[in-house]
Design a protein around this ligand. Sequence first.
Ligand code: SAM
Length: 293
Amino acid sequence: MKDHYLSELIDNYDALKYSLLEAQTFSQEHYGFPPIYYKIMETDAKRVGAFQKAFAKYDFTDKVVCEAGVGTLALTQHYLPYVKKAYLIENNPELRDFIEDFIKKGGWQDKVEVIYGDAITLELPEQVDYIVGELMSIYCANEYQVQIFRHLRKFLKPDGKLLPERIVNVVQLVYADFEKGHKHYPINFTRHLPEQLSTQSIVNTIDLYKVSDVDIEVSLIIHPVMTGMCNSIYMHSLVQVAEDCNFTGTDSLMPPTVCKLEEPVELKQGSPVTLNCKFSYGTSLDESMFWVG
Ligand SMILES: C[S@@+](CC[C@H](N)C(=O)[O-])C[C@H]1O[C@@H](n2cnc3c(N)ncnc32)[C@H](O)[C@@H]1O
């Protein structure tokens, strides 16, 4: 039986090259993500586990929590039984029945306030102990993690905590194959990994307690360790949900992603080059610019 699945997968590797990108692309038709993406997120024990580890590290008992973008409550259900009060925010109206049913089944109606609205602008009626929010995308380029936490942290008690709290964006210079019409894609299978020409370098670190600028312009020196044609960057985001509760990307969240350079460039082992990066949080990688020179 397992051989059958593997054989089907092997036959479809190339057809599935961009399927993760499609599943994770915001769609007007669904007021957000398509149902398949919620399934990918719910079933990813690595992603959920990093948050569970952080919930266990802190004590959520009798605390007041706000979670932005609760989706199908994949994270929420792990702390909700213990808290005193939870403000749960979601702006996808298609999830309304699911969320309400789930809360009723758990018997949590009295301590939960579900707010259907935009977490970037809405106001909370009180200060909270924890703000949880998994609205991340690679480099925070597509989703509004930065804007949402920058707004909601006004409602955090002085000793309160953000989950996640820190994101380190790293980059490598690479060569990748792009089909026509594609500027970037997440790596779904290792056979689509790019040819790597440098080791990893840090582009920037996002401290979610302090970040204010959403437009990033960074230049960094990179030392190629291989000689070869470079046409793209390999992006990776390392997330600290809480100290020692890390998440470094899977297919469900922040999958390592390749993105085209403005122009290809020939690299020589040992000859350093400057990589320039220009992108904005909460926009789209389609609008980002990366170039060598
Ligand atoms: C990446 S999913 C995570 C869902 C859930 N927290 C989980 O971890 O499984 C992000 C969720 O946030 C919601 N969302 C995105 N932007 C939002 C906003 N500005 N305000 C409220 N919800 C938002 C989306 O509809 C989606 O359900």
